[in-house]
Design a protein. Structure first.
Length: 321
């Protein structure tokens, strides 16, 4: 009887979230992935000179699928889906396809520099959405300051008073790129949640298989696909497919499975520095002196946020010990 009373009085145990703030390794790896992603809009812009947005989308997915397939074979992972895995894979895959439509079409309508900087607002949306969907996600005042500094850097990169020519920029393209960033933030938080129970490689493979099928059908229904042997097209496509849709997606899924999404996605604020610089070097888009101010602000924000995340992870490790 006494035992039953004691059990009744004992509070229900709250499940512990296995995700932790990104420490030194997680932060450094996130920065590396973000630098790779900084080159994505440039590669998309380069490939759009030879192909259509939806056509490039399905070709990119197909290449990314080959990387994920090799990853699953090496790890000897099963390709079959359990009943409980079907819904998460479908949700992430369909959201991914919709987000990529906005990104590719938006990129086609504006400059690579604008698309890069606007796309880099994704951490703001990911952090905001994570506050709602992940109970253990709570931003400190230092993290809010870091986001404000970094976002100011993004604005300085794009809208500096000497940002160069506005040729190629369109409001519609910028709006579509912004919607893409919001959807990407939502998708990353969902992947972080779903990956606690579903293999991240299955989530990625589902994205690529469904994305390839949908974009292939849509391309031939809505576009007039053309194919070329130009090396620029295939180098750009290989970067999008093998480096980003393959390695980049898997690496990012692993990061948000292991660490809290806001402490990983924040470092995507370094994307505009890489993206705008590459746009200048490869596409000839003049960023102007605003790039220098933007780099300083983004760097300051990354330092503040990274330091906060690192020391938080260290405190958590001491508590767990």
């Amino acid at each position: 009887m006494t035992q039953k009373v004691a059990e009744a009085q004992e509070p229900h145990a709250v499940p512990t979230d296995p995700r932790r703030p990104a420490g030194l390794f997680g932060s450094a790896f996130s920065i590396f992935i973000a630098l790779l992603w900084g080159g994505l809009p440039v590669s998309i812009k380069s490939s759009l000179k030879y192909g259509e947005p939806l056509q490039i989308g399905w070709m990119r997915f197909a290449l990314g699928g080959l990387v994920t397939l090799a990853y699953m074979v090496i790890r000897r992972e099963s390709f079959s889906l359990k009943g409980s895995e079907v819904r998460p894979v479908l949700i992430v895959s369909l959201l991914f396809s919709v987000q990529l439509v906005f990104m590719n079409v938006g990129q086609d309508l504006t400059t690579a520099g604008h698309a890069t900087a606007i796309g880099t607002t994704m951490p703001i949306w990911a952090a905001t959405i994570a506050q709602i969907m992940i109970p253990s996600e709570r931003m400190s005042r230092w993290q809010v300051l870091a986001i404000a500094l970094s976002y100011a850097g993004v604005l300085a990169v794009v809208f500096g008073d000497d940002a160069g020519t506005t040729e190629g920029v369109s409001l519609l393209g910028d709006i579509l790129s912004l919607i893409s960033a919001i959807l990407l933030g939502l998708r990353i938080v969902l992947i972080s949640n779903y990956a606690q129970n579903v293999s991240e490689s299955k989530l990625m493979m589902g994205q690529q298989v469904i994305g390839t099928a949908l974009f292939l059908v849509a391309s031939y229904a809505l576009e007039s696909p053309t194919y070329t042997l130009e090396s620029e097209f295939w180098i750009a496509l290989a970067y999008q497919g093998l480096v980003i849709a393959g390695f980049g997606f898997l690496a990012n899924a692993w990061l948000v499975k292991k660490y809290l999404p806001s402490t990983v996605t924040f470092f995507y604020f370094v994307m505009p520095v890489a993206g705008v610089t590459l746009s200048w070097l490869i596409l000839g888009e003049d960023p102007g002196r605003g790039l220098l101010a933007g780099m300083a602000l983004v760097g300051a924000g990354a330092f503040v946020y990274g330091g906060e995340a690192y020391f938080k992870a260290m405190r958590q490790s001491r508590q767990d010990a």
